[in-house]
Design a binder for this molecule. Sequence first.
Ligand code: SIN
Length: 321
Amino acid sequence: MSSSIAAARIVILGTGGTIAGRASQTGDNVSYTAGQVAVADLVAAVPALNASRLEVEQVSQVDSKDMGLSVWQSLVTRLVYHLGQLDVASVIVTHGTDTLEETAYLLQRLLQPAKPVVLTCAMRPASALVPDGPQNLSDAVAVAQQAQGGVLVVCAGQVHAAQDVAKVHTYRLDAFDSGDAGALACVEEGHVRCFRPWPGGGTAPGDSARLAQFLAIDALPRVELITSHADADGTVVRALLKWGAPRPVRGIVVAGTGNGTVHHDLIAALSDAQAQGVRVVVSSRCAWGRVVPHPGLAFEHSSGLSPVKARLALALDLLGA
Ligand code: SIN
């Protein structure tokens, strides 16, 4: 590590999650309340971090299942501020695991940061007998010191890119996976071992117009996510089309079966939606793989994005439309 990097500040923004969770019984890893412990206390619980030049700030205290526009706007505002400070080398965000992949994708799309933005989390609350948050936080600091840019996710010794990462397990400590792309790197005793190039590379400018719009809105364009399944009949889509002001549906992402196939009754309803000006994007409900484009696809495909990320991508596209 160069001395200039060692001297630069790392800012840690707390947003809540299980990493800041507390249960009434030590050893209870499921009946706890997320977002209880201040980010300053999470950092203080890792004595090894005393040597690093860290600054902490509490942005929110939410269970990330409840994540939404106002917290995202606060987080983006603080990230823009801190990343713009010359002596800030990188920013870490503590976050719940449940919607972490959505926040990571959103931040990468809006900021494309030249400095590393490292999201980390935990699957066990801070009050657990053996919490995983302290190690994840320590690994996140190592990644923040050694990565080259982009939005990254650190959990259970692995480093993932925002584009690829997904929560794939309900309980295991290594709950995240990057599918076919694989992890970017791993952290071994504070050393980051890279498997492939860092995303972002420190050069891409953010889309400043889109960012300004995002920070000014009261609500994202309404994009709903539905699933194709046996017996799907399109009733949900027809109900959505009746839903008018103040936030009519402007986009629908369908998590299709297999390679983006959709039940023919649902195709009929979605085609009606399209005829009424609603953008329809098809992704896949498969945990792994992407919708491989081919002429027979009923609707535009999600360019490899999972359903939840495709929903955000479409909402951001519609923001600019
Ligand atoms: C949350 O997402 O805030 C709760 C679950 C977790 O962090 O594991």
